[in-house]
Design a binder for this molecule. Structure first.
Ligand SMILES: [Zn+2]
Length: 525
């Protein structure tokens, strides 16, 4: 057990109002601060009214015990990290000495080689007269040339021997270094610790979500959105769109059914400024809808895109463009909501297979797309209306992005198809860089989602991030360093086929679930 010590003994301090008096008691009520809480005998006598006190001795003991417990808590928590560091250090030391030995023998080989070469030269220091006189009849040039051939042959042989010795040592060196992957070991431990931290945090604050209502909805719902004032919810119910009123945290069926699509509605986006929304579906159609009166919505633009089924559809923050994905292509449409105008602007064709997710930042400077070709592409604004290919963003893991979403103008979150991990990318020095220290490991880390349902949502008002993965829906809180932390237990839906959204004020979460075939309405606390 650790024992924390108070830096300055309060018993050594003297009252600043009554000179020379030692402090005896501490006021423990709220409303005063630091030194104002300390009282000497005269202060106590002057005091009026009811107040709570504690003796200096008791307070010191309490504080020290509490600090000691906090210290013990952190010591216990970092124990396994310290062990890991110790193990890594042992391994590093052993590798270091092995490598040192190998380098020493390498140097030894160079020395040996050099000595052998010197020996060759030294052979000419003395000569055997009786042997040499036998060659005197030959021309001197001939003798010198013959000897050169013999010597160079010996040098060649030496070269081969030493080259093979050096090569063996180098291979051993390389294989020792390759075998020992410190980064992998470190990453593994790092992930383990992050999971542990997230679990601990979850255990300590349970009730982030309160379930308020469950509403049956038989037809499959693969798109849900709220209007600007959160009073209306539109949901794709197979090929139709149903309108619900949302009052006092509850859904009320308005009885309005909008027809226009001939296949499943996949995407719905409401305007943040007008009583207007846009829908996209498996029938390749984009339809714009506006509210005529409280009982009536009207489809006013029917666009048969003919470009393939619509998987993603977003509205730019300025609401001057619609961006849709059709298989491997991304289409940009110019939009004027007030004039009911929608027109094709450009096609962004760089992906080789299905685009899984697209997102745009609030400043409209970056557009990011992820596709099943494993590519993450950054597009940027060339002019006020035109997008162009900027680059392919490097990511550490070789897996395609299931969902991408901005959490600030220069930071986005990528969730991969085969893992429940959130990877964070930050724009630094002209490019998006993955920040491994910010990544978040979800409880469903080992599960594969692969549904393309329920895009990730960042709500700026509340700084919360909603992430669906497999059958879980997580609420994460973002801090000012772009660190996301899981808040409370995730909602466990009965199946991974679920779709949801949150209200614009960040107060409610609505999820439709294929197993229960119902909407669940939650309040986010
Ligand atoms: Zn006093």
């Amino acid at each position: 057990m650790f024992q924390s010590k108070i830096k300055v003994e309060i018993s050594n301090l003297q009252c600043n109002k009554h000179f020379g008096n030692p402090y005896l008691q501490i006021k423990i009520d709220k409303g005063c601060n630091g030194i104002e809480r300390l009282m000497c005998s005269e202060c106590i006598a002057d005091q009026r009214g009811v107040y709570n006190v504690m003796s200096i001795v008791e307070a010191s003991e309490r504080i020290q015990n509490l600090k000691s417990q906090q210290q013990q808590q952190i010591v216990d928590f970092i124990k396994s990290q310290k062990q890991m560091l110790e193990k890594l250090r042992e391994k590093t030391n052993s590798l270091q000495s092995k490598i040192y030995e190998l380098f020493s023998s390498l140097n030894q080989k160079f020395d040996d080689y050099s000595v052998e070469l010197d020996n060759l030269v030294a052979e000419y220091n003395f000569c055997d007269l009786l042997k040499e006189i036998n060659f005197l009849f030959e021309s001197p040039n001939q003798i010198i040339y013959q000897q050169f051939l013999i010597d160079s042959e010996r040098i060649q042989a030496m070269n081969r021997i030493y080259s093979s010795k050096v090569n063996n040592l180098t291979l051993t060196l390389k294989s020792i270094i390759a075998d020992w992957n410190v980064q992998n070991e470190f990453d593994e431990k790092f992930n383990e610790i992050s999971t542990q931290i997230n679990d601990n945090r979850i255990n300590k604050n349970h009730s982030i979500l309160t379930k308020i209502q469950e509403v049956k909805q038989q037809q499959s719902c693969w798109a849900i959105a709220f209007n600007k004032s959160n009073s209306i919810m539109a949901a794709g119910c197979e090929e139709n769109i149903k309108i619900w009123n949302f009052q006092d945290n509850k859904l009320i069926d308005s009885g309005i059914v909008l027809k226009g699509h001939s296949d499943y509605v996949q995407c719905l986006v409401f305007s943040k400024y007008h009583d207007w929304f846009v829908s996209g579906g498996l029938d390749e159609k984009i339809i714009c809808w506006n509210q005529i009166n409280i009982k009536k919505w009207q489809g006013n633009q029917f666009l048969n895109t003919g470009q393939g089924i619509i998987q993603c559809l977003i509205l730019t923050p300025a609401e001057d463009q619609i961006i849709s994905s059709h298989d491997s292509k991304i289409k940009v449409w110019n939009l004027n909501i007030e004039c009911n105008m929608i027109s094709f602007k450009q096609s962004l064709d760089m992906h080789k297979s299905t685009v899984q997710s697209i997102c745009i930042n609030e400043n409209q400077t970056f557009l990011i797309s992820s596709a099943s070709d494993n590519k993450l592409i950054l597009w940027s604004k060339k002019s006020s209306q035109e997008w162009s290919y900027q680059c392919t963003i490097n990511k550490i893991t070789n897996d395609c992005g299931n969902r991408v979403s901005f959490i600030s103008n220069s930071t986005f979150v990528l969730q991969l198809e085969k893992q429940g991990i959130l990877h964070i990318f930050n724009f630094e020095n002209g490019e998006f860089i993955e920040k491994p220290e910010l990544k978040v490991i979800l409880k469903s880390e080992k599960e594969q989602d692969r549904t393309l349902l329920f895009p990730s949502i960042f709500n700026k008002k509340k700084n919360i991030f909603v992430q669906k993965h497999h059958k879980y829906v997580y609420i994460l809180k973002k801090d000012n360093k772009n660190q996301l932390s899981i808040n409370g237990d995730p909602i466990s839906c009965e199946s991974k086929f679920n779709y949801g959204t949150i209200t614009n004020d960040g107060n409610n979460l609505i999820i439709w679930n294929l197993e229960s075939r119902s909407f669940n309405v939650y309040q986010i606390n």
